[in-house]
Design a protein around this ligand. Structure first.
Ligand SMILES: Cc1cc2nc3c(=O)[nH]c(=O)nc-3n(C[C@H](O)[C@H](O)[C@H](O)COP(=O)(O)O)c2cc1C
Length: 374
């Protein structure tokens, strides 16, 4: 290994004592490729096997925790009747490589796909549709349903424990249900679940409490619980970086094992508001000040880019699209072959790169998402 990359390969001990062998994480990425009964598919198992080697942690695609939260065709679910067998295979594939296996747990809220949920009725903190899906009018959740969804996050955590995962990541990012409760755009409730920022944080905090309780009761001492969030929203009203810094303080008080900042561009400065000269990642790292490990993500392709982020203070970096395009990223970074790392995708490389059919189709059909060779 080149001496200069050594900081990417230093092990890190998380809050609960779990030892992660290096700083490189596979970002959670939905595959659209689960079996129609909600179980993990053979194509997914092959895709993860091709990528698990050498990483510190692999965070899986998000698993649906509730019937009413399914947000993608082919999303695997924690409540599928026969979920266990292939979830066990998935955790084993990852752990056999010495990589921590983290299951991302998720509810889509108003971003659920009507055709995939009971009665076609999406649910959320309130009845305001997302500007991304204006035709999907959500129904405001009742108190008892909120309690049930919190229980569902607990059940999914138990499922992760029972099927051999090293931890779970709570998906509080990317405009899904947990973020919808935190957001002043989607949460206009006047009961205890909405109002000022403290009240809008109640649902995320209750989910964390539940997940941590289940982890403490049933998991090993070093079972990992992480939390992912998006630092701002483009909607008005919407989450601003100032709100996120308050959220971060509360996440720290929950004794989580890590926090994960979800961004498309790791260098992005706050876009809502002016006069910021630091990036959102830098602002959060300053706020955290070493009190909890931070994972940063968004547009990293080369080991030099990854190294720079770690040297600037992130504890770990996550690679998303890059690991789809280059399954051997870690090996090449470790074995002095960094110049051979593919940073673009060539058309027709689905089989060579072991990418599930439905995921590859999405990639090819979404202009500008992945960089393609000309
Ligand atoms: C195919 C694909 C699926 C994704 N699915 C998820 C997901 O299930 N959960 C999540 O939190 N983020 C998801 N993301 C976002 C990524 O985790 C990551 O934050 C984003 O792609 C930016 O990182 P990158 O530039 O390294 O790809 C997905 C991204 C891609 C490309």
């Amino acid at each position: 290994m080149k001496e200069k990359y050594k900081n990417l390969f230093i092990p890190i001990t998380l809050k609960n004592g779990a030892e992660v062998r290096n700083r490189i994480v596979m970002a959670p990425m939905t595959t659209f490729s689960g079996n129609s009964d909600g179980t993990v598919s053979e194509q997914e198992l092959k895709y993860y096997k091709r990528r698990a080697k050498g990483l510190g942690m692999l965070i899986t695609a998000c698993i649906g925790v509730s019937l009413d939260g399914i947000a993608f065709p082919g999303q695997f679910t924690a409540f599928a009747e026969n979920a266990d067998e292939n979830l066990k295979k998935l955790s084993e594939i990852i752990r056999n490589e010495g990589t921590k296996a983290i299951l991302q747990i998720h509810h889509g809220g108003r971003m659920a796909v009507p055709a995939l949920i009971p009665g076609g009725q999406a649910v959320s903190a309130g009845n305001i549709p997302s500007p991304r899906t204006p035709d999907v009018i959500p129904r405001e959740l009742h108190e008892a349903e909120i309690d049930r969804i919190i229980e569902d996050f607990g059940k999914a955590t138990k499922k992760a424990i029972d099927t051999g995962f090293d931890g779970v990541e709570i998906h509080g990012a990317n405009t899904y249900l947990i973020q919808q409760f935190f957001s002043p755009h989607s949460n206009r409730r006047t009961d205890r679940w909405g109002g000022d920022i403290q009240k809008r944080m109640l649902f995320p905090m209750k989910v964390i409490d539940k997940v941590k309780r289940v982890a403490e009761e049933y998991g090993k001492k070093d079972f990992i619980v992480g939390y992912r969030f998006s630092p701002e929203e483009i909607e008005t009203p919407g989450i601003r970086i100032e709100d996120t810094l308050v959220l971060v303080e509360n996440l720290i008080s929950k004794e989580l094992d890590y926090i994960h900042i979800s961004l498309q561009d790791i260098h992005a400065k706050p876009s809502m508001g002016s006069g910021y000269d630091k990036s959102m990642v830098e602002m959060i790292i300053d706020k955290v000040n070493g009190r909890i490990p931070v994972i940063a993500v968004g547009g990293i392709h080369t080991p030099d880019e990854a190294l720079k982020i770690v040297e600037d203070g992130a504890d770990m970096i996550a690679l998303g699209r890059e690991l789809i395009m280059e399954p051997d990223w870690v090996k090449k970074a470790e074995e002095d072959q960094e110049d051979e790392i593919a940073v673009k995708m060539s058309r027709g490389s689905k089989d060579k790169l072991v990418i599930p059919d439905a995921l590859y189709k999405q990639i090819e059909n979404t202009d500008g998402w992945f960089p393609f060779e000309k």
